[in-house]
Design a protein around this ligand. Sequence first.
Ligand code: GAR
Length: 218
Amino acid sequence: MAAKLAVLISGRGTNLQSIIDAVAKEDFPAEITLVISNRPKAAGLDRAAKAGIPQQVIDHKDFKTREDFDAALDETLRMAEVDYVCLAGFMRLLTPDFVNDWRGRLINIHPSLLPAFRGLHVQERTIDAGVKVAGCSVHFVSAEVDAGPIIGQAAIPVLPGENVESLTARILEQEHRLYPACIKLVVEGKARISGALVQFDSSVVTEGALLNPPALAD
Ligand code: GAR
């Protein structure tokens, strides 16, 4: 039976869209049961509607404390009998209790090669740091912000003259490939949380390197 995913969003939902597109494929081992937004006007809600996926707004402004908000979130997810919770541009900090309760079933995507550049304004900080390789990470969520056992990463070279817009777009393109692929690994039991790390089925291990500038590869 297909695993049940909830996708949590706060904004435009392009990563949600990549998951919608992935689950539509016949061999994908999961379905999206519910899309939840903490913002009533999140554009991603239209994507859920178009795909005919049930959606719910749980507006954080309706709750006095983070604990109250997370309790409502938890109840909604349990009522929907969700197996995995995928954060896709969900810009709310979750309480340690919530994170612990969903440990191993709570996944996030972040537009950097973690543990570098956690938090906000990631692409700007990436360019300012002058790093030559950027990318994105999918990880199980732990109580710290943008941290937890890493499931997968995609790396791209930072190009000469790169600006925030171009880098954001090029990282996002990889996010859309990486997130569904990582969800598949987790749902199939090929990537499992093991303490602070993720343990992989031997079938998914590969070799290879990205060198940038490319001349370094000669
Ligand atoms: C994505 O780039 C995602 O990695 C990032 O927010 C964007 C959401 O875009 N998430 C974080 O920075 C989490 N710390 P989307 O709404 O189009 O999917």
